[in-house]
Design a binder for this molecule. Structure first.
Ligand SMILES: [Zn+2]
Length: 244
């Protein structure tokens, strides 16, 4: 699997950047994981919107879904210009029907409910879900293909169930919205120590910190997380490519 970070920012995009969006590719299949503000503009440096094969959404906060509408417009307009495309499957949970309904647009995109209690097959990916601790319903996802595992926490405070869910993953993309001296739990987020402990206990091979805060010295997040976890740790960066 090839993972490309499209947007590493939590809450809103930094100037000329994007909030949550990750492109996962395998065997020519392009899956966009979350589609936050700024993602469509940045994504086009990697693939055209009409080349996407599926989208999956962790939850309906704007920094994870704000660009769904413009993605729909992009495919509508490219269709007018003669590009032939099937309706794009956009997988989301159904615990917010009003938001879920927006995933379907004409015959351009089709919202498809995922059942978090069952494995989902999307192209070459087997996807499993774990409900997170966040102010709105949100699901972490484990992607498996080619005998490898990649886990994306989406948004959450730390919960013990993450450990078994992520056991032995090649790559853990873990939200890290707070520094070590801050308690992320009331906001439904993790701090750097949570992320480091999580990576250590789950025995993952590589930790990528994402959903980054807009203040402080981000390099400190790395130092703090590495006091808990001695494996490879990186900050998510725009267009960073990670081979899983
Ligand atoms: Zn959120």
């Amino acid at each position: 699997m090839k993972l490309t970070i499209i947007g590493p920012w939590g809450g809103y995009p930094k100037a000329n950047a994007a909030s949550s969006g990750y492109l996962l590719e395998h065997e020519g299949f392009h899956l966009l994981i979350d589609c936050g503000s700024g993602v469509l503009a940045k994504l086009q440096n990697i693939v055209h919107p009409e080349q996407l094969d599926a989208v999956i959404i962790s939850h309906y906060h704007p920094d994870h879904i704000a660009d769904i509408g413009v993605l729909q417009h992009a495919r509508l307009i490219q269709g007018y210009l003669g590009k032939q495309m099937p309706a794009l499957p956009v997988y989301g949970h159904s615990l917010d029907q009003q938001e879920f309904s927006k995933l379907t647009f004409k015959n351009i995109t089709e919202g498809i409910v995922y059942d978090p209690n069952r494995e989902l097959t999307a192209g070459p990916f087997q996807i499993s879900f774990l409900k997170t601790d966040h102010p709105v319903p949100c699901y972490a996802m484990r992607f498996e293909a080619g005998g490898k595992r990649f886990v994306y926490t989406a948004d959450s405070s730390f919960k013990e169930e993450f450990i078994s869910f992520s056991q032995g993953a090649e790559v853990l993309v873990c939200e890290c919205n707070f520094y070590a001296n801050q308690n992320g739990k009331p906001a439904g987020h993790m701090n750097s120590l949570d992320a480091g402990r999580f990576a250590r206990e789950a025995g993952v091979k590589q930790l990528i910190l994402t959903h980054l805060p807009h203040y402080g010295n981000l390099a400190e997040l790395l130092g703090e997380a590495s006091s808990e976890y001695t494996g490879i740790i990186k900050l998510a960066e725009e267009f960073q490519v990670i081979t899983v």
